[in-house]
Design a protein around this ligand. Sequence first.
Ligand code: AMP
Length: 281
Amino acid sequence: MRIFTQASDLSNQIKKIKKEVDKIGFVPTMGYLHEGHESLIKQSVLENQKTIVSIFVNPLQFGENEDLATYPRDLKSDLKKCEKLGVDFVFTPNESDFYNNHKTKVKVSEMSNILCGVTRPVHFEGVTTVLAKLFNITKANNVYMGQKDAQQVSIVKKMVKDLNFDLDIIQMPIVREIDGLAKSSRNKYLDGENRKEALVLFNILSSIKKIVENGELEVDKLKYEARKILKKYSKAKEDYIEIVNKNTMKKQEMVDEESMMILAIFIEKIRLIDNMKLLED
Ligand code: AMP
């Protein structure tokens, strides 16, 4: 496994291997790797001749009052995990080199201002900007992303289509803890009581899915039921609870095969997201 910190060095390496390799897989991450990330990496190693993982806490996707400074980091352990999983190249760019005199932003309009984009207005622009750079540097054929960040994947798919990136986005299922909490680097912030309160997300999603399966399809009624569950958790506050089309992220009035419940909940200051498809195809 080789580790690169300079984009130009990684680019040169990719140019060399592109002649012999026709499938490069890429897994973009912010590090502090857990089983969610590992599922993406494993799939990439399985489906490609070479796998690149980037580990970069991208400052562009954090707002002023967010957790950029305290975001969990453990590069040593991340590198060990990558090595064990058979990753070929790890890219850990240095922020000042990577964004040296950088002026360009990439933004997918409309989709970036809804749901998470309301509370995090610069977030998705930061994500699409860093990914546009990383896609060009890695020359990846397949990019692996998690359903956990459903809005992110749908925005990135739209960018890929609109800007004619020659690659496929492969969307991988959410990996959860045994009790249902979606794995996340930010779960490190959850201790004691807050860890219990964090189950509110999975509880709402699985309860609403059951209600839908029993025949209730009206979104307003389902959101009312979701908020009733939320009230049972004293430390949990709604950022948003919505039912949207899983591809366009547009709100719906009635549940159909493309519906997904998506939510963001604060447990005190910790903001957690999750989602679930409500009806099987
Ligand atoms: P992050 O390091 O949080 O930016 O995540 C990097 C990638 O891992 C993104 O595509 C996430 O959607 C994905 N990911 C994060 N958590 C999970 C999870 N619990 N299950 C599946 N994929 C995940």
